[in-house]
Ligand binder design. Structure first.
Ligand SMILES: [Zn+2]
Length: 382
């Protein structure tokens, strides 16, 4: 065959292959570049209702959450218990697998599962985690660690460092070997390893707010030995959830490849356990401000998906009476533990409609992964 003719045929074949690939979507750009996943620990529908009722307009008030266009329900039970804990729920949200309570990123038989956040990191995205409890607590840890039990705190802290998040903000300085008085590392402190790895470390609110965030920066902020305080009684040395999220977002959004940011309103749950309505409302309203910040970012950066959900409800809170202006509202708590009720899902951004309806908790990361073009997911670790 004539060489020219052959190369013409070759080109035709190439064009056909390209047309097939493009039309089949194999090369199509994933619609979502950035993900902001916001988890209200213990935030059921009535926790949100209570926060709305506390505002000046009472039942007529509009939370940032209320403006989100797509909503759904998450069926959230654990593999071994109708009532889940944060570890099993966060594992479901991080890996797409249901597991037993207490487990972090592992199946009931101990098999380690891939985290959507670490899959995103493998693809060059920046990853960040913000919480108002210890960063070794169940929700942040499930996205970075595979462990048989959430209680192995020092091992979890070491594994978190090994996972190498670009930004990690919250409580839990004790587990990283920070002296609670001097705020300096003790000898052999885990945080020294982080500094060796090139992390910047901040120990208080001023340190975080005054920090010059630069591209390539890796940041750890641990603001108290254990869990942070409730928003209503926050210490001057502790940043708010909104402040932490703002700085984390500034850092991860410098990556042109995109990012996966997890923010947990962790202490909604703690207020539920003690049936403290005032503290609960303070936590939910602060969390809702974070929702507002995420929505502002997503409006300016339309390839950003914002998903808000909860791991479980805490306290069995109900609203038993009152008037629409929000006066004389009466509440009842039916528990000081978690309950088995469904929890809400809210979504905004490209593909947000895929989070409406009644979903299994494990569907949430699977749909996020699809929208980000991450596959295979869910997947087990080799
Ligand atoms: Zn709890």
């Amino acid at each position: 065959m004539h060489t020219k003719y052959r190369s013409f045929l070759g080109n035709c074949a190439l064009v056909l292959v390209l047309v097939f690939i493009v039309s089949s979507g194999v090369w199509a750009e994933a619609p979502v570049k950035n993900v902001i996943l916001l988890i209200g620990d213990g935030m059921g529908i009535n926790q949100i209702t209570a926060a709305r009722l506390s505002l000046a307009e009472g039942a007529y008030a509009v939370l940032n959450l209320d403006t989100m266009p797509y909503t759904g329900f998450s069926i959230n039970f654990a593999a071994n218990n109708l009532v889940t804990d944060s570890a099993a729920a966060a594992t479901a949200l991080a890996t797409g697998f249901r597991t037993d309570t207490g487990r972090l990123g592992t199946l009931p038989d101990g098999t380690a599962a891939e985290s959507i956040m670490l899959k995103a990191k493998e693809r060059g995205l920046s990853i960040g985690l913000v919480a108002t409890v210890k960063v070794t607590d169940a929700t942040p840890a499930a996205f970075l660690v595979n462990a048989d039990h959430r209680a192995f705190e020092r091992d979890i802290a070491a594994a978190i460092l090994e996972a190498g998040p670009d930004v990690l903000l919250g409580g839990g300085a004790d587990a990283f070997g920070i002296n609670p008085f001097t705020k300096k590392p003790k000898s052999n402190a885990l945080i020294l390893k982080a500094l060796e790895q090139g992390y910047t470390f901040v120990a208080d609110r001023d340190g975080l707010l005054e920090l010059d965030i630069t591209p390539e920066m890796k940041l750890i902020g641990l603001f108290i030995g254990g869990d942070l305080s409730f928003e209503l009684t926050r210490l001057p040395t502790e940043p708010s959830l909104l402040e932490m999220t703002g700085r984390a977002l500034e850092l991860v959004s410098q990556n042109p490849q995109g990012f996966f940011l997890l923010v947990e309103g962790s202490r909604i749950d703690r207020a539920g356990h003690t049936n403290s309505l005032k503290e609960l409302v303070g936590e939910v309203l602060m969390f809702d401000q974070v929702v507002g910040l995420a929505l502002d970012f997503a409006r300016e950066n339309p390839d950003t998906l914002v998903v808000v959900t909860a791991d479980h409800e805490t306290g069995g809170l109900t609203i038993t009476g009152g008037d629409p202006a929000g006066e004389n509202v009466t509440y009842a708590w039916t528990s000081t533990a978690h309950t088995g009720s469904m929890v809400p899902i809210y979504a905004f951004g490209p593909g947000a409609e895929r989070f409406s309806g009644t979903l299994q908790i494990t569907d949430i990361p699977v749909r996020i992964a699809e929208l980000m073009g991450i596959s295979p997911f869910p997947a087990l670790r080799e």
